[in-house]
Design a protein around this ligand. Structure first.
Ligand code: C5P
Length: 324
């Protein structure tokens, strides 16, 4: 018999991304506001119940990703994939509690609906979903699951955006963005996400911002989210649109100049367009669903070959899927 353990996790958009000082560990302190949006990554662990069990080493036999978005050139189904690393991390943590636990081996399937390397935390959502699926798996064979605190600690160790993908909703992120606390927000916000599919390495964007600040004292961190949090309480997309901000946007545009034309065109189709996270995806906030669908059609007609999707937020965070 084949058993499945399944979980799903949402993408995110940064309503505010303030980048502070570079830290000794190579990261930057952030003050960011996350919103989860209803684009979901699904992770399924499949277990052949007749297969022999193991008490050490990785339980993962392999992984397969199916793409609802553009497939990247390189193979991502490797042990370096965050979903694979998340399963290994849960099993290792479980063995630290119960060293004798004997587990069957699993294969991982990821259903991708979030742009790859787009600045919307698709890889982090995979990790968050894989943590929950793997916790259900060790719970089934070991009798107890890891605590929520342990899962959150593992999430932090996997990547800065993983704790938010677990949590979902609207949240303020501090530290590397991994110290998250829920924020109050009213209403539903409709977005169009446009991915020009040009590589924009996150680490390079951050170091370009350091250079820019080094050479120009007027480029300062924006670490105050008071106006945005007030706007989120109104539930008015028009007010939230005005309060959107991303410190990385100038460097993203400098690195990939085609973003300028996309940002300008998109802004004319909705309330406000900004670069999502470290890019290259552009996020356009719209008044409502109808406006978002219209904006999508207009942008699609103007920009050939770009990936475009509409989505609303906030949503819940990662959750186990019991019926699949
Ligand atoms: O979180 P992730 O591993 O995707 O980050 C990629 C790179 O982006 C990091 O290695 C670091 O150079 C940079 N980064 C940063 N500060 C953050 C998040 C990412 O400098 N808070």
């Amino acid at each position: 018999m084949i058993l499945h353990f399944v979980a799903t996790a949402p993408a995110k958009v940064n309503l505010h991304l303030g980048v502070g000082e570079a830290r000794a560990d190579g990261y930057h302190d952030l003050v960011t506001v996350f919103q989860s949006v209803d684009l979901w990554e699904t992770v399924r662990l499949s277990v052949d119940t007749r297969a022999p069990r193991v008490t050490q080493g990785s339980v993962v036999t392999g992984m397969t990703t199916s793409f609802g978005v553009k497939r990247p050139a390189e193979d991502i189904d490797t042990p370096a994939n965050l979903a694979w690393r998340a399963v290994d991390a849960v099993v290792d943590a479980y063995r630290r509690i119960d060293g004798a636990v004997s587990l069957p081996r699993v294969s991982i399937e990821v259903e991708k609906n979030v742009f790859v390397a787009g600045g919307m935390a698709g890889g982090s959502a995979d990790a968050a979903a894989a943590l929950l699926a793997a916790n259900a798996f060790v719970g089934h064979y070991g009798g107890t699951t890891l605590s929520r605190d342990t899962i959150v600690d593992l999430a932090k160790s996997l990547g800065a955006d993983v704790p938010f993908c677990l949590m979902g909703g609207t949240a303020l992120g501090a530290g590397r963005g991994d110290e998250v606390v829920e924020m109050m927000s009213r209403g539903l916000y409709w977005w169009v996400f446009i991915n020009p599919s040009v590589p924009l390495p996150t680490g390079e964007a951050f170091s370009r911002l350091d250079d820019l600040r080094h050479n120009d004292a007027s480029v300062v961190p924006h670490l105050n989210t008071t106006t945005l949090s007030r706007c989120l309480l109104t539930g008015e997309p028009r007010l939230v649109a005005r309060a959107l901000h991303n410190d990385l946007q100038p460097v993203a545009v400098a690195m990939r100049p085609q973003l300028r034309a996309l940002l300008d065109f998109a802004a004319d189709c909705g309330l406000r367009a900004i670069v999502s996270g470290s890019g290259p995806t552009v996020a356009l906030l719209c008044e409502d669903e109808e406006d978002a669908l219209d904006a999508r059609d207009r942008i699609e007609a103007a920009f050939d070959g770009y990936e475009i999707v509409c989505a609303a937020g906030p949503t819940t965070g990662a959750r186990e899927v019991l019926e699949y």
